[in-house]
Design a protein around this ligand. Sequence first.
Ligand code: SF4
Length: 221
Amino acid sequence: MENTYQLAEHFISINGEGQLAGALALFLRFAGCNLRCDWCDTAWACGKDAPHETVPLSRIVQIAEDAAAQGVKTVTLTGGEPLLQEHIADVMERLGRMGLRVEVETNGAVPLKPFLRCGACFTMDYKLPSSRMEQHMCTENFALLRESDTVKFVCGSRADVFRAKEIAAQYKPQCPLYLSPVFGRIDPAEIVEIMKDEHMGNFRLQLQLHKFIWDPNARGV
Ligand code: SF4
């Protein structure tokens, strides 16, 4: 029996964030999430009743082959929380063997250790106080991150930016650190002011590109 996965949607677009922002990628969005962030923009994909197709690994491989034939070099696994899918490591390894760069967008509430051998790069969120989910963060993940990974601090308030500074100083992750404003909740200019005032030269501000290019509520882009 082939392993199956709950796939909520798949599409080709540009990466909106992270080290490969602006580059084309195949997005595989998996259904289900173990968090309920206050400002979640994909809440429709989070619940147990999230619309999805149950697909075998061979179907995912076929979708990836079609994307690769169109010149796509990166696959982004997202959600929901993709690492909650049973046997997701098999997907990561298989897509990697096809020569694709595999990026995993993960919410910071799943231990990364079992997935480090899969050859993927992680963009790990750290959920700050405005999300109301900070208590679920697996802080032991910080010590495992590599230069090819990213920590994304999603900031919905000024207090979040100060907390990001505190967390980075405490855990010292050895990878790029991004501050990403929650669209419509905090003016990016305010974040820049705090970065200057607080000497946060080890962070980079990033904007969610797709929110500016398309309707902020659009799906599949
Ligand atoms: S972790 Fe991501 S998908 Fe899950 S509730 Fe938070 S923002 Fe939404």
